[in-house]
Design a protein around this ligand. Structure first.
Ligand code: ZN
Length: 271
């Protein structure tokens, strides 16, 4: 087969090589419709990765009692926010679901029973970022929920069980924010708080050192990190990403910037 034809095939049918894993700081839902350095960072990440066969997203915005995967053919676009322009509510991201992938994901997880969900869809933690990476909405997307009853280490361990999906050309994306304190936003001048920069830096260093035990015990990392993670839901998707890392894999950071004082957009790619 000629190389061109082979390339064409890869383009059409996606990849079965080991896929990278992403953690994306999603920030403001307006990133779905604005052009800025962060949306460009996500788009560039999409372009730099072999086209995935499907996407599994672990979003800060889907917390459940128990663990669920979305298992519908056509997930709805959930506008789970308020106080934004109508233009944002009008955005639809009609990516298909993937019932077979939901089944494989459920079967691959032994740590806990996984239920099928038929009424969620894609929340903004997922579609805001995925729509900027793959605007054509032609790659199937499913979501895996966060069991809010479980500690950080439990989530990190669960993530490891998803590693087999990477070899099936599935792109796994954790979507949250490493530093996320809505109660302390800086409305005045957007300047990052010292503690936000410190927490972002602490987390990056621990990620680079592969010190996951410390990252799991984020409550013990001092005042800056405590302020950065007042509630765990935006932080936990990071642990899903890190749980999928092989020891020798590269980590690269991008969109490493803090906005509105207390939200870091820092994102990372593994592999
Ligand atoms: Zn969010």
């Amino acid at each position: 087969m000629k190389l061109n034809a082979l390339n064409k095939m890869t383009e059409n049918y996606g990849s079965t090589e080991q896929m990278p894993v992403l953690f994306l700081g999603h920030g403001n839902p307006m990133n779905a419709i604005e052009e800025n350095e962060f949306t460009h960072g996500w788009a560039d990440a999409g372009k730099s990765i072999t086209r995935p066969n499907a996407i599994v997203c672990i979003s800060a915005h889907w917390e459940t009692a128990g663990t669920y995967v979305t298992a519908m053919d056509k997930p709805q676009t959930i506008h789970d926010f308020g106080g934004f322009p109508q233009q944002l509510f009008d955005v639809e991201y009609p990516a298909p679901g993937d019932v077979q992938l939901a089944k494989e994901t459920k079967e691959g997880i032994t740590q806990t029973p996984v239920g099928f969900n038929y009424d969620w869809g894609l929340d903004h933690g997922c579609w805001v970022v995925v729509s900027r990476m793959y605007p054509q909405a032609d790659i199937p997307v499913i979501q895996l929920s966060l069991d809010y009853r479980k500690p950080a280490q439990w989530h990190f361990e669960l993530a490891k069980e998803l590693a087999f999906l990477r070899k099936k050309g599935v792109l796994i994306i954790g979507s949250g924010n490493m530093v996320h304190n809505l109660g302390m936003l800086n409305w005045k001048d957007d300047k990052p708080f010292d503690w936000a920069l410190e927490a972002n830096d602490t987390m990056k260093k621990l990620i680079s050192k592969q010190d996951y035990t410390s990252l799991e015990k984020y409550d013990s990392l001092g005042r800056a990190v405590q302020l950065a993670v007042p509630t765990p839901e935006h932080y936990l998707p990071l642990l899903y990403t890190l749980g999928l890392k092989s020891e020798d894999e590269n980590v690269s950071f991008f969109n490493d910037k803090t906005v509105m004082g207390s939200i870091s957009m820092t994102s990372l790619r593994l592999g």
